[in-house]
Write a protein that binds this ligand. Structure first.
Ligand code: NOJ
Length: 533
C-alpha cells in the first residue's frame, strides 16, 4: 500500500489553555504553541490537534463557539494562527483544528437572532419546541452535563434543546442553511491551510425527527452522572448523520483532488465498535478516522485487550484505517488510570498497534490527574454535578516545561494549578533522564518512524496468556514482535521459532532484559519490541 500522511502520523492533542503562555496572563496561547514547535518535532509527533481556539464566552472553555471564523483574543489573532500554521508546516508538522458543529454558544449571533422571535429567519437554525401539555419539557432527554436538555426561554415562550450546557444550544442540522453555513466554516479553515478537523460529538449531530422519549438505562447506578439514567437512543446516532459526514468528507476530499494536499476528518464518537464502524461511511465515505476510545475505558488486562484489538481489527470495513487513543481532555489520565509502571506499557501498546495513534499532551511525562480544591474548580461539568469525579480540570493542568517559576509555562500564576511534583516531572528534567517515560516516548516514536512495520504493517496476535500479550507486526521483509507484561510477576517468554536470534529494539525498562538461549525473561510491568532476524 502507499500510505497517506495521516495513516503513518502520530497525532498529539494540545489543550491550548494549558500548553504554553506567551503573554503572561496564565493562559496558554497560539504564540506559545509556536514557541514549542521544536519540542514537538523533537518528541517525534507528526501532527497536532488543537482544542477549540475560536471566540467564545468560555463557559465550556471554547466548546461554546461564538464565531467560527476567528480566534479568541485569549489565544491571539488570525495572524498568530497563520504564523503558527506556517511555522508548523515549515517543520513538516500538520495542524488539525477542533470543529464544534453540534452546538454554538448562546452568544453566537445566529442564536441571538433565533431567540429573538418565533418568525425570525434563523428560528429553525436551532431546535425549538412548545412545552408539553403539563407545561414541562417537550421530552425526557437529559443533558450530558446533567439536568433536562431543554431550556425554557421566556422571550418567545418555547423550549430550546441543548445536549450540553444551556449556554450551548444545539444547531438544527436538518436545516439546509445550517449545513451550508457550517460547510463554509470548514472551507474557511481549509483555505487557510489547516490539514484537518477533529469533529466534536459527531454522533450527536442529528436527533430523531419526532423527538420520542429516550428509554431508561437498566445499568444506571447513582454516581454515574445523571445523563446515564437514559439510553441516548433517539437523541444520538441517527441514520441521517452519515449523509452529513459524507458531505463533510466531500469537502475535505475536494482539496486533495485539486492537488492542495490530503485533508482529514476525525470524528469524536463514543459508541460501541459495531456502531462506530458506520462512521467510516455507509453508502459513501464518512470520516477518515472515527476515534477509537477503547483503550481509555477498557479493563486493563491481557485477555480483554487482546479481544478488543482483534475484534476491532475484524470489524473494520475494507479500506477503514484503524486508530487508537490513550487519553484526552475529557477523561482521567492514563497514569492515573493505570499507574506509572503500566503507563509505560500503555505507551508501547499505543505506539505499536496498527493505525494512527493519538497522544494527549502531558501523557508523555506520565502526568497524573491533579487534585483540584473545590474553590479552584473551573469545569462546568464538575460545577453541575460536583463530587462524582466527572470534572475535567484535573486532566487540563499546565504543561511543565522546566524547573523555573510556574514550570516555564507562564510568568504568571497559571489558570489551573500545576501538579505537585512539577519540579522533577517536567520536560527539561526528564529529557536528561534516560530512564524517564519521556525518553521512552521519544524512543518509541523514533522506532515507529524507522520501522514501517509498526505503523502500516499487518497485525497478528501471537499469544495471550495470563498477564502476557504478544503480537507481531510485519511489513515486507520486516517482522517485529511486541510482548507486554500487564502484571507484577516476571514471565518467561519463549522465543517463537521464527524469532530465534531476534534483536531487542526497545524495552520499557532502562537496562537490558535477561535473555536465556531460548527465552527472554520479561520483568514485572515490562514491555519489549523485538526484531526477528
Ligand atoms: C466533547 C468535548 O470533548 C468536551 O470537552 C465538550 O465539553 C463537549 N463535547 C461539548 O462540546
Amino acid at each position: 500500500m502507499t500510505a497517506l500522511w495521516w495513516q503513518t502520523a502520530v497525532i498529539y492533542q494540545i489543550y491550548p489553555r494549558s500548553f504554553q503562555d506567551s503573554n503572561g496572563d496564565g493562559i496558554g496561547d497560539l504564540q506559545g504553541i509556536a514557541q514549542r514547535l521544536d519540542d514537538l518535532t523533537g518528541l517525534g509527533v507528526d501532527a497536532i490537534w488543537i482544542s477549540p481556539i475560536s471566540p467564545s464566552p468560555m463557559v465550556d472553555f471554547g466548546y461554546d463557539v461564538a464565531d467560527y471564523c476567528d480566534i479568541d483574543p485569549c489565544f491571539g489573532t488570525l495572524a498568530d494562527f497563520d504564523g503558527l500554521l506556517r511555522q508548523a508546516h515549515r517543520r513538516g508538522l500538520k495542524v488539525l483544528l477542533d470543529f464544534v458543529p453540534n452546538h454554538t454558544s448562546d452568544q453566537h449571533p445566529w442564536f441571538v437572532e433565533s431567540r429573538a422571535a418565533k418568525d425570525n429567519p434563523k428560528r429553525d437554525w436551532y431546535i425549538w419546541r412548545d412545552a408539553a401539555a403539563d407545561g414541562g419539557a417537550p421530552n425526557n432527554w437529559i443533558s450530558d452535563f446533567g439536568g433536562s436538555a431543554w431550556q425554557w426561554d421566556e422571550i418567545t415562550g418555547q423550549y430550546y434543546y441543548h445536549a450540553f450546557l444551556k449556554e450551548q444550544p444545539d444547531l438544527n442540522w436538518r436545516h439546509p442553511d445550517v449545513q451550508a453555513a457550517m460547510f463554509d466554516v470548514m472551507r474557511f479553515w481549509f483555505d487557510r491551510g489547516v490539514d484537518g478537523f477533529r469533529i466534536d460529538v459527531l454522533w450527536h449531530m442529528v436527533k430523531a425527527a419526532d423527538f420520542p422519549d429516550n428509554p431508561p438505562n437498566p445499568d444506571y447506578r447513582p454516581g454515574m452522572g445523571e445523563m446515564h439514567r437514559l439510553l441516548q437512543l433517539h437523541s444520538t446516532d441517527q441514520p441521517e448523520v452519515h449523509g452529513i459526514a459524507s458531505a463533510m468528507r466531500d469537502i475535505a476530499d475536494s482539496y486533495g483532488a485539486r492537488g492542495l494536499g490530503e485533508r482529514i476528518l476525525i470524528g469524536e464518537i463514543y459508541l460501541p465498535v459495531d456502531r462506530l464502524m458506520h462512521y467510516y461511511g455507509l453508502k459513501r465515505p464518512g470520516v477518515h478516522l472515527p476515534f477509537n476510545f477503547q483503550l481509555i475505558d477498557m479493563k486493563w488486562d491481557a485477555r480483554t485487550l487482546a479481544a478488543a484489538i482483534t475484534d476491532y481489527e475484524a470489524a473494520l470495513p475494507r479500506d477503514g484505517w484503524p486508530n487508537w487513543v490513550l487519553g484526552n481532555h475529557d477523561r482521567p489520565r492514563v497514569a492515573t488510570r493505570l499507574g506509572q509502571a503500566q503507563a509505560r506499557v500503555a505507551a508501547v501498546l499505543l505506539l505499536t498497534l496498527r493505525g494512527t495513534p493519538t497522544l494527549y499532551y502531558g501523557d508523555e511525562l506520565g502526568l497524573s490527574d491533579v487534585r483540584i480544591e473545590p474553590a479552584q474548580v473551573k469545569d462546568p461539568r464538575e460545577l453541575r454535578e460536583p463530587g462524582l469525579g466527572l470534572g475535567r480540570d484535573p486532566v487540563r493542568t499546565p504543561m511543565p516545561w522546566d524547573g523555573s517559576d510556574n514550570a516555564g509555562f507562564s510568568t504568571a500564576k497559571p489558570w489551573l494549578p500545576l501538579h505537585a511534583d512539577w519540579r522533577t516531572r517536567n520536560v527539561a528534567r526528564m529529557t536528561d533522564d534516560p530512564g524517564s517515560i519521556l525518553t521512552l516516548y521519544r524512543r518509541l516514536l523514533a522506532l515507529r518512524h524507522e520501522h514501517p512495520a509498526l505503523s502500516i504493517g499487518d497485525f497478528a496476535l501471537v499469544s495471550v496468556e495470563d498477564e502476557l500479550l504478544i503480537y507481531a507486526r510485519r511489513h515486507e521483509s520486516q517482522l517485529l514482535l511486541v510482548a507486554l507484561n500487564f502484571g507484577e510477576r516476571p514471565h518467561r517468554l519463549p522465543w517463537p521459532d521464527w524469532a530465534h536470534g531476534g534483536r531487542l529494539l526497545l524495552s520499557t525498562h532502562e537496562d537490558t532484559p535477561l535473555a536465556e538461549h531460548d527465552a527472554l525473561l520479561l520483568r514485572s510491568h515490562e514491555a519489549v519490541v523485538l526484531e526477528a532476524r
